[in-house]
Design a protein around this ligand. Structure first.
Ligand code: ZN
Length: 375
């Protein structure tokens, strides 16, 4: 094993309204990887289950492994509190659709201060009574606006136009009317070039101004949220989109890396679900007709280059997020995929990996191949 190889594993223990998994299952699965992989951090969440977290924490402490609570921020939290939704261009609220799924992908307005207050209350009410030092930190997910793959398609991307956001736009001298007009043009999404790390050159300045403001809003809101966790002595990790997709959801990966201790871009090349590169890229091209962003962006070479470029400028360690769970049709991950992917990153000197997003669905042949490739 290259002795600087470092692995973070992620466990989905259930959504806010889901059913929790038993500690025995978590323990069994963790033990099957901890002896075989160089694991330094475990991320688990987000269903509130005090005992599960406390027992897992004890197991990890014995091995000196960091434990992070996987906490969704601007979506999923609407299951527990009434949050103000995003508002589309025509002033329609993108309300939560009541569904009892493990993830609802309902995004609230990230600029709304009352929303942020309630989201932090969700953390306090559900997780602050856990044993002291149960978690080393929080791993913040859904720190973004919806993408084109959201069921509301471009309505969620070309948001938010709630009163608070309109006031922010004024502060940035952004002309919302001009923006609406630009969107009615056929070629409004023309991009001249992509230079890496989420940097696009838009032909229409009003489009790039709009996305820049969203980057600013997410950054500012997250600064506030991170202060809350820092004051309570929590470490912070961020789950972000692949750099080339991130700016359309309000994520400036370089700037965000200055707020957290580690950052994990989701480079899921075979995932047909949100954050999966084929799923997101196809939705983006379908909604925008743009050709600069295309399926070459989820080939392995491109993904490795994306992580290398981010590594060069990131303020914190970057963990390449690779899917390792196998769910037929959604994530058909094979040992071959794991070997090919990890080897390509290692060859380019990238040695930090986040094995995502659910260790509990990682079959043993995938674990074995990850161990062989990493060690
Ligand atoms: Zn808003």
């Amino acid at each position: 094993m290259a002795n600087n190889t470092e692995v973070t594993v992620q466990i989905f223990s259930g959504g806010f309204n889901g059913e929790s998994v038993s500690f025995d299952i978590v323990e069994q699965k963790l033990l099957s990887v901890l002896d075989r992989l160089p694991v330094t951090k475990v991320i688990m969440g987000w269903l509130p289950d005090k005992k599960l977290y406390e027992k897992t924490s004890k197991l990890l402490k014995k091995r000196d492994i960091g434990f992070y609570l996987w906490f969704p921020v601007f979506s999923e939290t609407g299951a527990l509190k009434d949050l103000e939704p995003l508002v589309d261009l025509n002033g329609n609220r993108l309300e939560r659709i009541e569904e009892n799924k493990s993830e609802d992908f309902f995004f609230c307005c990230p600029d709304n201060k009352e929303n942020i207050k309630k989201i932090l209350e969700i953390f306090t009410e559900n997780f602050s009574s856990l044993e002291k030092n149960c978690f080393n930190g929080v791993f913040l997910d859904k720190i973004r606006y919806p993408s084109f793959a959201n069921s509301r398609g471009s309505r969620g991307v070309y948001s938010c136009f709630c009163p608070e956001c309109l006031a922010s736009y004024k502060k940035f001298n952004f002309n919302a009317e001009k923006f609406k007009l630009a969107l009615s043009g056929e070629r409004h999404f023309d991009i001249a070039e992509y230079s890496g790390n989420g940097k696009y050159l838009f032909k229409d300045a009003v489009l790039s101004d709009f996305f820049k403001i969203k980057l600013e809003i997410i950054y500012e809101s997250l600064s506030f949220i991170c202060d809350f966790f820092r004051e309570r002595k929590y470490g912070i990790g961020f789950d972000v989109f692949a750099p080339f997709l991130a700016p359309f959801t309000g994520q400036d990966v370089i700037r965000l890396s200055s707020l957290c201790d580690f950052i994990k871009p989701m480079m899921y090349r075979v995932t047909n679900a949100p954050a999966g590169l084929p799923f997101e890229t196809d939705a983006l091209t379908r909604h925008t007709g743009n050709k600069i962003i295309n399926k070459n962006m989820y080939n392995l070479d491109f993904c490795v280059k994306e992580i290398k470029k981010l590594n060069d400028v990131s303020s914190c360690p970057v963990y390449a997020g690779i899917e390792i769970n196998r769910v037929d049709d959604i994530t058909p991950v094979t040992p071959f995929y794991i070997e090919e992917t990890i080897s390509a990153y290692l060859k380019e000197g990238i040695h930090r990996f986040a094995l995502s997003w659910n260790l509990l669905d990682m079959p043993d042949d995938n674990i074995e191949k990850a161990a062989q490739t990493l060690c």
